[in-house]
Design a protein around this ligand. Structure first.
Ligand code: FAD
Length: 467
């Protein structure tokens, strides 16, 4: 997958590989227990109607899901179960606490301050232990599934979908993904154990002190895609971490600690359940209504489109912003502070493009793209939600990265066109004399774009407006 030119293809592919690997891993775990993962293709309502027609299905077990699409789907399927006298058993698994319980304990509203969330969860019952692994006798053997399919004369494909079927044209390349992250529970447990092996590091984790430019290894856990897809149980992670915190009582504290990160996850999940139209500006009661560029994605707004396109392709002329977007495009994951920088740049910092457009690009490109976390963090970074008031805190695309990486190693890795640029110009290549640009093979405006806006001018303008 190195040097693949069509970037859209890369993302789609990274995402599909992750899903494919996760399904394969799950299938192998079932196989060890004498069963197999059975995947039906089609509309959930129609598939369940077909299965229920066998009259053999007595119980339906599923994990609660709070995304609007999933809630609608689950309601349709549970109505179908009631009609067919099928017992439904739903379980909390995706979050540590049930968002509905938190909302109930906060007078029917989602807490919109982190400290409020902390106060409420202290009053809730203890987090449930993880469910133990099932034994062979508790798993439906494959012959029973097969029997049911024969009964309803099902002829469709039930194997796990391969990359090709998931609609990728060039399957042959998939052995060499550029993503750092592989899918599946086996891999998730390996990464978690590896990260938690250094108990002191885990106990003293402080998010603002982790580095957005570290790439080998990266500075945070990279567990987000696994948590998103349920490959790693958040409760498993919580209890493993808690055991370490008990051993090292003098540890860092939320919101910056590693446990604090899991509470941020709870915070945004809860907000996404309690706030209508959470992933939109319009109709969202906690979001300021701003006259951004591209409030409507179909607007005939040339400037907005040009800005959004340059940002999303890593062509703004600001090496820090562009390197981050290139990493996102190549690997499907970027550090939290890198997400801060590009989100601030697209919205209140420089380009004034509606945050929903950035959220949509993240949704397409991130391996960990998550309805609640993506929307919640974009609301936060654009400075438009009622839970974020420090709208004046800007990320300079020049001064900020210099603190972490004065030599520009990160930029040189993700923007090879700048690999020989002297370090004094690495974040401001437009300041390099023409002779230097020519010598290092990176002439601004030819080999690398001119700056799309002047950050200093934009920033002063914004601050004046803000005041
Ligand atoms: P770690 O620092 O190791 O944290 C452990 C876990 O805690 C993460 O895996 C994640 O599940 C949770 N977590 C950490 N930070 C946050 C946070 N700020 N909000 C909520 N949960 C958090 N995260 C996603 O998983 N999916 C997204 O779609 C997403 N979109 C984002 C968009 C923007 C604009 C920003 C600023 C942040 C976004 N985040 C998102 C949050 C955060 O950046 C990632 O969860 C984190 O960087 C993932 O890396 P990690 O697993 O190494 O995190």
């Amino acid at each position: 997958m190195e040097n693949v030119e069509s970037t859209d293809g890369i993302f789609c592919k990274l995402f599909l590989i992750l899903r494919f690997e996760s399904l394969k891993d799950l299938d192998q775990s079932f196989e060890k227990l004498g069963s197999k993962l059975t995947v039906f293709r089609g509309n959930p309502k129609e598939i369940f109607e077909m299965l229920f027609s066998s009259k053999k299905v007595k119980n339906l077990f599923y994990e609660k899901d709070t995304e609007p699409y999933a809630k609608t789907r689950d309601k349709i399927v549970s109505d179908l179960c009631s009609k067919n006298n099928i017992q439904i058993h739903s379980f909390l698994g995706h979050t540590l606490y049930d968002p509905e319980d938190i909302i109930k304990n906060n007078g029917g509203k989602a807490p919109l301050q982190y400290s409020k969330l902390q106060t409420i969860i202290k009053k809730l019952p203890k987090i449930q232990e993880c469910v133990r692994d099932p034994s062979k006798s508790e798993i439906i053997p494959f012959k029973d599934i097969d029997g049911l399919l024969k009964l309803i004369k099902y002829k469709g494909d039930i194997t796990i979908p391969c990359i090709n079927e998931l609609n990728h044209k060039n399957e042959n390349n998939y052995e060499k993904p550029t993503a750092l992250i592989k899918g599946g529970e086996t891999e998730a447990l390996k990464i978690m154990k590896e990260y938690l092996k250094d108990k002191k590091k885990a106990a003293n984790f402080e998010k603002p002190k982790t580095s957005p430019v570290a790439f080998n290894p990266v500075s945070t856990t990279t567990l987000s895609p696994f948590l998103k897809f349920g490959c790693l149980s958040v409760r498993k992670f919580y209890f493993e971490l808690n055991n370490i915190l008990k051993e090292i009582p003098n540890h860092s504290q939320p919101p910056c600690s590693l446990l604090g990160q899991l509470y941020w996850r709870e915070f945004f999940y809860c907000a996404s359940v309690g706030v209508p139209n959470f992933n939109k500006m319009e109709g969202n009661p906690i979001c300021k209504q701003i006259d951004w560029l591209l409030n409507n994605p179909n607007d005939e707004d040339e400037k907005g489109k040009k800005y959004l396109n340059a940002w999303s392709e890593g062509m703004t002329g600001y090496p820090w912003i562009d390197a981050i977007m290139k990493q996102l495009r190549q690997e499907g994951w970027i550090h939290h502070l890198a997400r801060h920088c590009v989100a601030c740049f697209l919205t209140r910092g420089d380009l004034y493009v509606n945050w929903e457009r950035g959220m949509e690009v993240f949704e397409e490109l991130l391996l960990d793209a998550d309805y609640a976390l993506n929307a919640g963090n974009w609301l936060w970074l654009s400075g438009t939600s009622s839970f974020f008031s420090a709208y004046f805190r800007m990320y300079s695309p020049v001064a900020f990265p210099k603190k972490y990486d004065p030599d520009g190693k990160y930029v040189r890795k993700y923007l090879p066109v700048l690999k020989d640029m002297p370090k004094e110009f690495i974040y401001e290549p437009w300041k390099a004399p023409k002779s230097v640009q020519e010598k290092v093979g990176c002439v601004i405006g030819i080999d690398y774009p001119e700056r799309i806006v002047d950050h200093d001018v934009k920033n002063n303008f914004y601050l004046n407006l803000g005041n």
